[in-house]
Design a binder for this molecule. Structure first.
Ligand SMILES: [Zn+2]
Length: 216
């Protein structure tokens, strides 16, 4: 079958997984010439990718080219060639955002045009004047949203969304409790740089788990 007829089958997180595993492979080539070590790393990379993506036979023809990568230039071209197979994050419009945050007074909307939806696992922006951070996730094809206060200072720590060690800031969401006038707060450290946070996510369940946790 021709490659062009293969429909998009990679989630954004899958694409990041491939990128991360490819870096692992290239690092191995840069640090050792030991054939057995290289074969072992290759084996681990293959297992990790195929376990998470579970490609069909035709999809595998696209993926398995990765295992042949030996240098950065080749790898970058390969990653570029994968882009047509990525299912982007559900397109977000200004009116989507207005309705998702309809209770929010003076909502300052982000510049949606500048977002590459093939690279995000969640959509977020930050209003520096109010220290509010808005997060939109996709669950079963539907957009869901949360907002919270984000502290300006950062520390080194583990991000509650991507689970990577990075510069993180405290993000606090407030939810109305069951009894009148009660509130439930959730505070989590999350990456200050949401672009790199998104790029760290190689497993979408992390985004879902985070969302479930702060909205429970
Ligand atoms: Zn993160």
């Amino acid at each position: 079958m021709e490659k062009q007829t293969i429909q998009p089958f990679l989630s954004v997180a899958n694409y990041h997984l491939i990128e991360q595993q490819m870096n692992k492979l290239l690092n191995a080539y840069n640090t050792t010439k030991d054939r057995n070590v290289l074969l072992a790393v290759k084996g681990l990379v293959e297992t990790e990718i195929e376990k998470n993506i579970q490609p069909s036979d035709v999809q595998l023809t696209v993926i398995e080219q990765l295992y042949k990568m030996k240098d950065r230039t080749q790898a970058e071209l390969y990653l570029e060639s994968l882009k047509p197979f990525v299912i982007p994050f559900k397109k977000v419009t200004t009116s989507n955002l207005k309705s998702l945050f309809k209770k929010e007074k003076k909502l300052k909307l982000p510049n949606i045009e500048s977002i590459d939806f093939r690279h995000i696992c969640y959509f977020t922006w930050h209003d520096a004047s109010t220290h509010r951070k808005y997060i939109v996730v996709e669950q079963q094809g539907k957009l869901k949203a949360i907002k919270g206060q984000v502290e300006a200072n950062t520390i080194k720590g583990i991000c509650a969304i991507c689970h990577h060690h990075s510069d993180v800031s405290l993000f606090t969401t407030t939810k109305k409790g069951k009894a009148i006038d009660t509130f439930k707060k959730h505070s989590n450290y999350i990456c200050s740089d949401s672009e790199s946070c998104n790029r760290n996510i190689a497993d979408y369940t992390r985004v879902n788990d985070f969302f479930e946790r702060v909205t429970e």
